[in-house]
Design a protein around this ligand. Structure first.
Ligand code: HAM
Length: 422
């Protein structure tokens, strides 16, 4: 026998035992997005490497060590499996002039790739549902973005997600804060770990994100960006918070929330679940106005977020909020001359009334077929033998009620409707 092959580490198969949960979630997401006027967008999984280095930033974990990048051996192009969806969407929006005299509310769903150390809630291929609202200055849209997410948690019955917010100001404000951080950390070089030292002059803001316990006190007393924000940024931030207060949405102001991608300005946020252990961020996003111009478009406004679907499903599972696997309505067992043909006819009729039907194929004794019917988890079994073909009847068995009746063919639909209650 040939050797079995395994999938790539950190990239999961979604098997039929779970895929119905994905379909259920995707159905809820589709309906929810339509309620807020968002349109679907689909971009390729592969993009040029420079799209990500330019948008996410050279000195970020993603670009420094998590991208699946390779040279196309056929033409030498430098390509990368997308680690996130925003860059590709903005590339496409600029390329196709979608913001010419227009605004856009866009959403996408699909696999993303990051070469991280796999653990619960963190994978190398994972799925995001992303939303990008383009052409709106805010802060009204910033409020709606948060409102729609809290509405989604409600729709899904998800409890215990906390909203953390911060304001990252504009480039000049961040530069002034950056210089203050460098000055501060330079004075405390002896406490910095290797990573922090490496980041000191490239991306000191990320030092604030450190998980190193020994540096916690140092980062807690570091200069705060909020003290460097000018009037416009503060007014945007206050407008956002006032809007959230008016909508009765609770939030935690977290001055250390900087996000792991460089394109953000002004409003940033994360929703954190209490059910996920260390990989607790279910959704992250914020405003990223400068990116449109940085990718060759005109100056404009942009805000968005992405939900990690594996993490969302894990939280829902932990709270017992996932649905049961949907039940198949009818399984048809048949044995003898003319029984398969009658099976096809009945199945078509039942499907035209909206029922789901599995026909037994591959023969087998009635006993073996009943076992398959049981394993299929169907609500009803219809039994067709040669006698039934002759009499133009069928036996209808209800698994739940443990009943069995002989029904004239003309009355089967009514009987099924009655038993399945539809
Ligand atoms: P992000 O914070 O890098 O933002 O990712 C968003 C979400 O994707 C995370 O909160 C998490 O739930 C999920 N996620 C990230 N990495 C992994 C992983 N390795 N395994 C499982 N889930 C993961 C973005 O990607 C931005 N593009 C969001 C955005 C859109 N900002 C503006 N528009």
């Amino acid at each position: 026998m040939a050797e079995k092959l395994s999938g790539v580490k950190g990239m999961n198969d979604i098997l039929p035992t779970n895929s119905y949960q994905w379909l259920w979630l995707e159905g809820k997401l589709n309906a929810w997005l339509a309620q807020y006027g968002y349109n679907n967008m689909r971009t390729p999984i592969l993009e040029s490497t420079q799209l990500f280095t330019r948008s996410i930033g050279e000195v970020t974990d993603i670009v420094e060590k998590e991208m699946y990048s390779f040279v196309d051996s056929l033409n030498g192009d430098k390509l990368t499996l997308r680690p996130e969806g925003t860059a590709g969407v903005i590339r496409a929006v600029v390329e196709h002039s979608l913001l010419y005299n227009a605004t856009q509310k866009l959403w996408y769903i699909g696999p993303m790739f990051r070469h991280e150390r796999p653990q619960k809630g963190r994978y190398r291929q994972f799925h995001q549902l992303g939303v990008e609202a383009l052409g709106f200055a805010g802060p009204d849209i910033d409020c709606e973005i948060i409102l729609m997410l809290s509405h989604l948690w409600q729709i899904l019955g998800l409890d215990g997600v906390e909203l953390h917010i911060n304001c990252l100001g504009n480039k000049e404000e961040r530069l002034a804060h950056r210089q203050a951080l460098i000055n501060y950390f330079e004075q405390h070089q002896e406490i910095l770990d290797e990573e922090a030292k490496r980041r000191l002059y490239t991306n000191p803001l990320r030092i604030l994100d450190t998980k190193n316990q020994a540096m916690q006190e140092l980062v807690t007393s570091a200069p705060r960006l909020i003290d460097y924000l000018g009037e416009d940024s503060l007014s945007h931030y206050n407008g956002w918070k006032t809007g959230l207060d008016a909508l009765n949405i609770n939030y935690i102001e977290n001055p250390r929330l900087v996000r792991g991608l460089d394109y953000y300005n002004l409003s940033v946020f994360e929703w954190v679940s209490s059910d996920l252990g260390s990989q607790s961020t279910v959704c992250g996003g914020g405003r990223y106005d400068p990116l449109l111009a940085e990718l060759g478009g005109k100056d404009n406004y942009a805000i968005g977020f992405a939900i990690g679907l594996e993490r969302l499903l894990l939280s829902l599972e932990a709270q017992g909020k996932l649905p049961q696997k949907p039940v198949n309505d009818i399984y048809i067992v048949s044995d003898g001359d003319g029984t398969t043909a009658l099976g096809f006819k009945l199945a078509a009729q039942l499907r035209s009334h909206g029922f789901s039907v599995i026909q037994n194929f591959g023969g087998g004794s009635f006993k073996a077929q009943f076992k398959r019917a049981d394993n299929s988890g169907s609500a009803l079994t219809l039994v067709i033998g040669e006698n039934e073909v002759k009499q133009q009847q069928v036996v209808v068995k209800s698994m739940a009620l443990k009943t069995q009746e002989v029904i004239e063919l003309g009355n089967v639909i009514d009987k099924v409707k009655q038993l399945i209650n539809r």
